[in-house]
Design a protein around this ligand. Structure first.
Ligand code: ATP
Ligand code: MG
Length: 560
């Protein structure tokens, strides 16, 4: 708590603190209201951390946060999404105080609509969709009243009841709020609040054939749940007068306040569920949990720790200014979190064979690997090798420059956790590629400093040929080639990175073959990797996903 007290509060937390201080509210209730029409993405994480975070910080005054499925639009919603959303919120480290479905309130919205009709504040309009749109006018032109606007209350009540009973065809009429056809804010020009739609609903089945619009239902949901502060993204700023109108004119049990904040946008990423769905449907990715997607389930499968996502959301903060955050910042948080917590293992991604000529066939040498360089309490792991080992092809050069401290003819290097080796010679194939490096092992040099006259300034990772295993390793890169795929005229699908997934067969130390799916570690000197939650089989078939490289390799590649 002292942490948040010392730090400057964002403008929303400031408003909430004032409302508590002034006695306007004794306690605070927030909500996270996803529409179950897709999987959650990192943008939602920002909203989750805000809403659930506020409730956590204000536990002392009994603050709570609801998870509410905003499932009033039946045509796009599925149970699969409901389940994934619950799982993702929990995985991010939050627990809802109450779970609600906006569809549980259908009867209440209906009663409110009837109430509006009785007050002369709502009417059934039989204009076509196009007519309604046209007669709404625009910023320069006031709207034109519908010929149905002055229907009697009795007639409206009876037709609305028949709409519910299913007497009319889909789209043949709507219920509109009667506000002001000349309002400067177009959202107030008699917005549609109910439409006829025969669609099966995952919760209410076929009980309803009329469904409320978002702008009508949402404030009512908030009021019913006694939400004190209804936090949403900036695109709803222009809808706030309508939100307030609904609260003022309907028989609601509480008066929530809507406050808008800037949504999260990330470079090299598309975020809208509609676009993510398109990538999934078009099979540009393997599913909603493809590790290249910014979905929570994709990031989880990629190996991003929940704590790193929470830290990221804290660092970017809450403001009123729309902007785009660099994906580097997210990767930075992932790297720092993983650096702190993950054990080290050895894996060779581009294997080159080394023959230790003075090691006998069948002889075994021991090396000791620290599980974590800064955390001795994590202990050490014994790794053995024999006469043949794999090293990274890039750790050998035929004619190395001065500053290259790894292997080259006549040079020494240390095997991580083990002895020093000296390169004697190498073999090439007909194409001139190095296919074998012949070395001598300097016995008894493990753990100590290099003997007199031996220059050895680096340690390289390695995998024993006899006991090492093959693993499928998926090297992920950005899904898009450009910073702002949304802005591309030909559409975001035209700038997909063709090299966003590169699967290689790597050599891994035997301990890695037996880890459970979801195990995250550092492959020494390479990056952070996670045993894939779906395809990795302990013992039988190792499959690893690269979470993130050790350094910002992209910046290097693109010359930034
Ligand atoms: P999308 O545009 O990706 O489909 P949405 O806003 O339609 O998202 P909802 O399920 O309606 O998705 O969103 C649930 C909550 O998450 C809302 O309160 C919304 O404001 C918030 N939210 C969605 N996207 C972002 C984002 N990029 N940054 C911050 N909050 C977001
Ligand atoms: Mg939405």
């Amino acid at each position: 708590m002292s942490d948040t007290e010392e730090k400057k509060l964002d403008f929303i937390r400031e408003i909430i603190a004032e409302d508590l201080a002034s006695g306007k509210h004794q306690s605070i209730i927030t909500r996270f209201p996803p529409e179950p029409n897709g999987y959650l993405h990192i943008g939602h994480a920002k909203s989750i951390c805000l809403n659930f975070g506020i409730a956590q910080e204000l536990r002392s005054v009994g603050a709570t946060c609801n998870l509410r499925f905003d499932d009033t639009n039946p045509s796009k919603e599925e149970v699969e999404y409901v389940d994934s959303i619950r799982e993702d919120v929990k995985w991010l480290g939050f627990e809802w105080d109450a779970l609600h479905f906006a569809s549980d309130y259908f009867e209440f919205y209906y009663d409110c609509a009837v109430d509006l009709i009785k007050k002369g504040l709502s009417y059934v309009d039989e204009q076509t969709h196009e007519q309604i749109k046209e007669n709404r006018g625009n910023v320069n032109v006031a709207g034109t009243a519908s010929p149905w606007r002055e229907r009697s209350i009795e007639e409206n009540l009876s037709i609305f009841a028949r709409m519910r009973a299913g007497d009319f065809a889909d789209g043949s009429m709507v219920l509109r709020a009667k506000i002001d056809m000349a309002a400067a804010n177009i959202n107030l020009r008699d917005p549609v609040i109910y439409r006829i739609m025969r669609a099966h609903h995952h919760n209410t089945g076929d009980a309803w054939c009329i469904y409320p619009m978002y702008d009508f239902a949402h404030p009512l949901e908030d009021a019913l749940e006694h939400i004190t502060h209804s936090l949403c993204t900036l695109e709803f700023e222009n809808h706030r007068p309508l939100y307030d109108w609904v609260i003022e004119n309907c028989p609601v049990p509480s008066k929530p306040r809507q406050i808008e904040f800037a949504r999260l946008n990330l470079t090299y990423t598309v975020m809208s569920k509609r676009k993510l769905l398109q990538l999934v449907k078009d099979q540009q990715v393997s599913g909603w949990d493809d590790p290249r997607l910014p979905t929570i389930s994709g990031l989880r499968r990629r190996g991003y720790p929940a704590a790193a996502i929470r830290n990221f959301c804290q660092v970017i903060g809450i403001t009123k200014f729309n902007g785009t955050t660099s994906i580097d910042l997210l990767e930075f948080e992932v790297r720092s979190q993983l650096n702190r917590e993950s054990p080290r293992h050895m894996a060779v991604l581009e294997p080159l064979k080394v023959l230790l000529q003075n090691v006998a066939e069948g002889e075994t040498l021991e090396a000791e690997i620290q599980q974590h360089p800064e955390r001795p309490e994590m202990g050490v792991r014994a790794v053995t090798h024999g006469r043949e080992i794999w090293i990274e092809a890039s750790d050998f050069m035929i004619d190395p420059p001065k500053k290259f401290y790894r292997l080259g003819p006549g040079r020494h290097v240390r095997l991580r956790g083990g002895d020093i080796i000296k390169c004697l010679s190498f073999d090439q194939n007909q194409a001139g590629e190095v296919i074998l490096v012949r070395c001598e092992l300097l016995r008894g040099t493990a753990g100590g400093s290099a003997p007199e006259g031996v220059e050895c300034r680096a340690a390289i990772h390695w995998v024993d040929c006899a006991s090492g295993r093959d693993a499928d390793v998926r090297l992920y890169d950005r899904l898009f080639l450009v910073e702002d795929p949304d802005a591309v005229e030909e559409g975001f699908a035209s700038v997909l990175n063709p090299d966003s997934l590169n699967t290689i067969i790597a050599k891994i130390e035997p301990s890695l073959a037996d880890v459970a799916p979801g195990y995250i570690c550092q492959f020494e000197r390479t990056g952070y990797f996670i045993a894939d939650s779906k395809d990795h089989q302990a013992g039988a078939k190792p499959v690893f996903n690269r979470t993130v490289g050790l350094k910002d390799s992209w910046a290097k590649k693109s010359g930034k």
